[in-house]
Design a protein around this ligand. Structure first.
Ligand SMILES: C[S@@+](CC[C@H](N)C(=O)[O-])C[C@H]1O[C@@H](n2cnc3c(N)ncnc32)[C@H](O)[C@@H]1O
Length: 269
């Protein structure tokens, strides 16, 4: 039987930090006192070898661990959903700081792991928060996360806002797919090979789904309501034109890397 130290040394291609995270998360070892001279039992060694293999293939560590942090939440993630990104944490922060008030009805469209909806509900339990996604796999996982976190957020399968009643939501928040099919070749291979394409691509320029969402929101958003979006960085002209066409107010907000990625659409009261 090998020690953990020997096992580590057999996998120089995988960064040690990833193993640290994996060990602490999956095997519940302390990050500070890795038991390098201990000999793992057969089951632990097998699990370690499998994780090493997956990491070496370029699979994101969040999928290998099966967990991802989002604001103050620890979420289950796997290949059924996009791994939540730090930019989306910023979108939620903007929504909470400036737009969502206790008691608001808030809909998260394209909810994936449920990160946006669950985070809002955790911060403002008095809001009615729900999530929609076209992927039943994603809905299943978001429901698991809601249950594990004991948060009352219903998730339902739907295409965008197609099932929503007239003027039913005061806030609609969404991180829909916004990558163009044309940009496929530029994506890092760990994204392209492992994350669900349904969560990434939206027509040739990446704008199809969001433009449809905007059109549907005309009926579904309450008067004076707000629609908040995360989008690609060079799509601002399209969103400004769409807002002008619908007679809505629009504001672009930059992310931490100075890219205009967040959009606030304001419907007239
Ligand atoms: C970029 S991911 C975002 C997931 C999650 N909100 C997040 O921020 O991590 C986009 C999500 O939109 C969903 N989606 C794609 N097309 C959709 C549609 N027509 N209607 C509803 N959801 C859709 C995908 O299944 C995916 O879960």
């Amino acid at each position: 039987m090998k020690t953990w130290a020997q096992l580590f040394s057999e996998h120089p291609e995988v960064p040690l930090e990833l193993f640290h995270w994996w060990l602490s998360d999956v095997l519940d070892h302390s990050l500070v006192n890795l038991p390098l001279q201990e000999r793992p039992d057969e089951k632990a060694e097998q699990a370690f070898q499998q994780a090493a293999h997956r990491l070496a293939q370029g699979e994101p560590v969040q999928y290998v661990c099966g967990r991802a942090p989002f604001r103050d939440l620890d979420l289950k993630v796997d290949k059924r959903v996009l791994i939540p990104r730090p930019e989306t944490e910023q979108l939620v922060q903007i929504a909470l700081d400036r737009f969502i008030r206790p008691g608001h009805r808030v809909l998260d469209v394209g909810s994936g792991s449920g990160c946006i909806a669950l985070s809002i509900k955790k911060t403002l339990p008095g809001c009615q928060v729900e999530g929609r996604d076209i992927s039943q796999d994603a809905i299943d996982l978001a429901r698991e996360n809601a249950k594990a976190l004991n948060l009352d957020v219903p998730f339902k399968q739907a295409h965008l806002l197609s099932d929503e009643p007239f003027r039913s939501w005061e806030i609609i928040i969404s991180n829909l797919p916004y990558i163009g099919e044309k940009e496929k070749a530029d994506l890092p291979s760990n994204v392209l090979e492992f994350e669900p394409h349904l969560a990434l691509f939206s027509g040739p320029d990446g704008t199809d789904l969001i433009l449809e969402l905007l059109r549907q929101a005309e009926n579904v958003l309450a008067p004076g309501g707000t629609l908040l979006l995360e989008t690609g960085e060079s799509q601002g002209t399209v969103w400004r034109q769409a807002a002008a066409d619908q007679g809505w107010g629009i504001e672009g907000i930059k992310d931490l890397a100075d890219r205009e990625r967040f959009w606030i659409f304001q419907k007239e009261a």
